[in-house]
Design a protein around this ligand. Structure first.
Ligand SMILES: Nc1ncnc2c1ncn2[C@@H]1O[C@H](COP(=O)(O)OP(=O)(O)O)[C@@H](O)[C@H]1O
Ligand SMILES: [Mg+2]
Length: 279
């Protein structure tokens, strides 16, 4: 196994003293799809932003394929693509030139055939000569992905890629992620949706209040059963017990780390899990 991303002892204290990340340690291996699951405000975007060089860490170290993101930032960044949570695009540029320009920013030689392939894979080829302001919201999101892929990154960060998007785009996104995996691209995605994490990822990490409280490999779920009892454990634990109640409970769907509640439901036979977890 070779490590693609290594995060050690990473902390972030924002101006004003708010502690957004506490001593994060995480290794992601080459070619892996890792889902970071956690509620709003858990620190997911902060973590991704630090790795991608948009926010400075307060302490700790991050390397991408062995390149330190501070000392060797050019090499680290050239390996990374980021699809941000917020839509940020230039209104007047055309789709094709925006993607080509992004590629150029990373010092890559123009490659219209590659840009065409990316735009086709995201159903944007027909819109290549449109100005960005004429795109729908979903198309703008696709464009952000195209820009993130423009320089052929070896690691892609997707920050809540499917929050609020329609079914078609979600399906395309999943297909895209699978295709990238076949090309050996390492992927870290964040999500609120436990089903998405389970469907897509090789491993799932649960983050809450700036701390990674659980990392679990798909299929190994039960080996971790003992950890469920730890106060404030994971949404995964939540969901696991909810199976007995005939499906996911509302709390688990929203990624609520309420294993404490959940274990009580299970002790009672989990019959009322769905109602109780939603509270
Ligand atoms: N620039 C900032 N200054 C102060 N606090 C911030 C800043 N950015 C984010 N935070 C806080 O850090 C916490 C984590 O935010 P974020 O990383 O965006 O969480 P998530 O992406 O998991 O929803 C939140 O409480 C948020 O309000
Ligand atoms: Mg976020």
């Amino acid at each position: 196994m070779t490590t693609m991303l290594s995060v050690s002892c990473l902390s972030k204290v924002y101006q004003g003293g708010f502690v957004a990340l506490k001593d994060i340690n995480l290794d992601i291996r080459r070619g892996e799809i890792f889902a970071l699951l956690g509620p709003n405000g858990a620190g997911k975007t902060t973590l991704i932003s630090i790795i991608c060089g948009l926010v400075n860490a307060s302490a700790g170290k991050v390397t991408v394929d062995g390149h330190d993101i501070v000392d060797d930032y050019r090499a680290a960044r050239s390996l990374i693509g980021l699809v941000p949570q917020e839509l940020t695009t230039d209104a007047f540029e055309t789709v094709f030139s925006a993607v080509s320009f992004s590629r150029g920013l990373f010092g890559k030689a123009p490659n219209p055939a590659y840009v065409e392939k990316v735009l086709r894979s995201l159903s944007l080829w027909e819109k290549r000569n449109n100005r960005i302001m004429t795109l729908s919201g979903g198309m703008k999101r696709r464009l952000l992905i195209a820009k993130a892929l423009s320089h052929e990154p070896r690691m892609l960060f997707l920050d809540e890629p499917t929050a609020g998007v329609d079914v078609e785009l979600r399906r395309d996104m999943w297909n895209l992620v699978r295709g990238l995996r076949e090309d050996g691209v390492t992927i870290l995605l964040t999500t609120h949706y436990i089903e998405e994490a389970e469907e897509m990822a090789d491993r799932i990490g649960v983050i809450r209040k700036g701390e990674i409280i659980l990392v679990e490999r798909q299929g190994d779920a039960d080996t971790q059963a003992g950890q469920e009892a730890i106060d404030g454990a994971s949404a995964i634990a939540h969901r696991r017990g909810a199976r007995g109640a005939g499906g996911l409970c509302a709390g688990a769907r929203r990624g609520r780390p309420r294993a404490d509640l959940h274990l009580r439901h299970r002790a009672r036979g989990a019959g009322d899990c769905r109602t109780a977890c939603a509270t």
